[in-house]
Write a protein that binds this ligand. Structure first.
Ligand SMILES: NC(=O)c1ccc[n+]([C@@H]2O[C@H](COP(=O)([O-])OP(=O)(O)OC[C@H]3O[C@@H](n4cnc5c(N)ncnc54)[C@H](O)[C@@H]3O)[C@@H](O)[C@H]2O)c1
Length: 273
């Protein structure tokens, strides 16, 4: 049990498709004790209660990540519930209103864009600032966020989320430096393959993204469960010296230039049409 005795906070488990859901199950399996959190509105269906029950009756604390007071309350209450400082945090949160409302990238609604950046990226800074000010993380703790290669390369339908992920990854470096220097705490992002979740499937053409990545990646797409295993490794003491990194977890997609499987895929798609 590589997380035995470790305490954490896991954001973003909406349903059993969510990457965070799989992370919670694995963290429990590996002996961790943690708080589950999501936006109050996302808890209406009550799905998270099932997860909490499967994770040794984990405490659930609502938090809209765009609100400072919610974030501060979450950190205070988590330390109370867990009986001390935290060893690991997973930020698994993303949302774009421009994508949801079908606005083109060349016709952005800036109020929506502010919300996208706030919820999907600035929330990571807000989380780290609250953890920092409250001195809420133990030495050698691990703070992790999930991201996508749309931060480095243009996937037109990924839209403003590419910009949000660039900012998120930059926060991991900038705050990671400070957390490392002052407190011996590490901060990283994991850049995951396309995954069939609620957020993933909300992106236009997601099925095509998914099939393309599957065909290009020598190992194929990484599943939510594979991603959860990597997160657990990143929370454990086996990765103590890894910080300020964007870690690709994508079956080799990010470093592959060519694959015949992509040709076969295109050929099959054109025959379907
Ligand atoms: N699915 C993919 O293809 C994929 C690929 C790479 C990275 N990611 C990233 O993984 C993370 C998790 O997404 P997922 O794919 O598991 O989808 P998901 O829809 O299951 O999770 C997204 C979560 O964000 C939460 N959220 C949205 N607004 C919030 C707010 N204001 N306050 C608090 N929580 C809020 C949702 O309630 C939900 O639980 C996201 O950062 C996403 O960008 C996903």
């Amino acid at each position: 049990m590589i997380l035995k005795g470790k305490k954490g906070i896991i954001f973003g488990a909406l349903n059993d498709k969510s990457i965070a859901w799989q992370v919670a199950l694995k963290a429990h399996e590996q002996g961790a004790q943690f708080v589950l959190t999501n936006a109050p509105i996302a808890m209406r269906m009550g799905e998270i209660n099932k997860l909490a029950a499967d994770c040794g009756n984990a405490v659930i604390i609502p938090c809209d990540v765009s609100k400072n007071e919610d974030m501060d309350n979450l950190i205070d209450k988590s330390m109370e519930a867990l009986g001390g400082k935290i060893d690991f945090v997973l930020h698994s949160v993303g949302m774009s209103l421009n994508i949801r409302k079908g606005k083109d990238y060349t016709d952005i609604d800036y109020k929506f864009m502010h919300d996208t950046l706030d919820i999907s990226a600035i929330s990571f800074h807000r989380l780290m600032q609250s953890l920092w000010k409250k001195d809420a993380v133990n030495d050698w703790g691990s703070i992790l966020a999930l991201t996508y290669i749309g931060a480095q390369r243009v996937f037109p339908d990924y839209h403003e989320m590419g910009d949000a992920k660039s900012l998120l990854e930059s926060y991991a470096r900038s705050f990671g430096y400070r957390f490392g220097k002052e407190k011996k705490i590490r901060v990283n992002t994991i850049s995951q393959s396309p995954t069939k979740t609620t957020a993933g499937s909300g992106v236009k053409g997601f099925g095509d993204f998914f099939d393309y990545a599957e065909a290009l990646s020598p190992l194929g797409n990484a599943s939510a469960e594979d991603c959860a295993n990597y997160c657990i490794a990143m929370f454990s003491d086996f990765t103590k010296m890894v910080t300020m990194q964007n870690l690709f977890h994508d079956g080799g997609f990010s470093y592959t230039g060519f694959s015949y499987d992509v040709f076969k895929l295109m050929d099959n798609k054109s025959k379907e049409e």
